[in-house]
Design a protein around this ligand. Sequence first.
Ligand SMILES: [Mg+2]
Length: 319
Amino acid sequence: VRRLQDVGEQAWIARLVRRLAAGGRDRRVIVGPGDDAAVLRSGSRPLLLTTDSLVEGVHFRAGWLTPAGLGRRAFAVNASDLAAMGGTPTFALLALEAPARTPAADLETLAVGFASAARRAGARLVGGNLVAGPRLGVGATLLGEAPGRVVTRAGARPGDVLYVTGTLGGAGLVVRRLAAGGRGRLPEPPCRLAAGGLLARVARAMIDVSDGLLQDLGHLCRASGVGAEVHAERLPVARSCRRVLEDRAAVFAATAGEDYELLVAIPPGSGRTLERLRPRLGCRLTAVGRVVRGRPRVRLLDGAGRTCRVVRPGFDHFA
Ligand SMILES: [Mg+2]
C-alpha cells in the first residue's frame, strides 16, 4: 500500500487533479481544481469557491490561539486564496469538529470571531455544521466574486517581474518557536484582499504564499510552464527573522510559509501602472526576482548569482 507519507501532499494533489481533468471539461467551470480557488460560471459574474481547514495538532496546538483568534484565522487563510485570484469574499460556511469536553462558550467565541472577520471583509457567515471528533478542527468554505479580472497561477511569461507583498519569515519564526515549546500566540495573517484586487489589474499570474515562497512559486511556474529566479538579498525578510537568524534568515523566509502574502508575476512594461496602484495597496510590494524560460524550476540566488542550497522549498503535510 502506498501511503500518503510515501506520496506527499503535493504529489497526491497533482495526481488527483490530472485524473479529474481526464474526465473532460464542464463549460460551467472556468478554473477547476489546482489553483487557489475555483472559478465558476453561475449567473452573470464568475463565482469563486475555496475551502481550507485548521486542525489542532497539525496547524496549531492548544494555547497558540485564542478561540476568537482561531475563528479569525480560519477566515483569513481562506480569504487569502480569494485574494490570490483578485477576488473578494461574499459568503462563508463553517464546518466545526470538536471533542465533547470543549467549553461551549469557546466554540461560540470561535464562530463569532470567524463571523466578525467575514463581516469586516464584506462577507456573511450563512451556514455550517458541528460534529464530534477527537480534536478541534475548523473547516471553512468561502464564496467570492472578482470585481475585475480573475488571475490564476497560469499566465506568467519569461521576463515578468516577480513581486511579493508585505514581509516574509516573521510568522514562520513564531511557529518554529511555539513548536519548540516556546510561549506566545500565532500572529494574525495579513489581509491582502485590497492588494489582490488592485494587483489583479496588472498581474499575469498570482498565488498566495502559505507553504513557503519557493514552493508556492514552484506551483505558479508549473501552472505557467516557466522557470523563475529569486534573489535572496531582495527578499523582504521580517525584521524579527533577520535579527534571530542573521545570515540564515533569507533562506528561512523563502521556505518557512505561514506568511499569507501574495506573489505576483507582472509584465516589465507595467511599471508605471504599478507605481500608480502602489499607494493604495496597503502594504509593501517588493520585486524579488523574475520569470525565466525553461522547465518549471525555481532558483534562489545569492548576492554573487550563485544558486543557494535549499533543503526543503516549503511545507508538505505528508512528505
Ligand atoms: Mg493558496
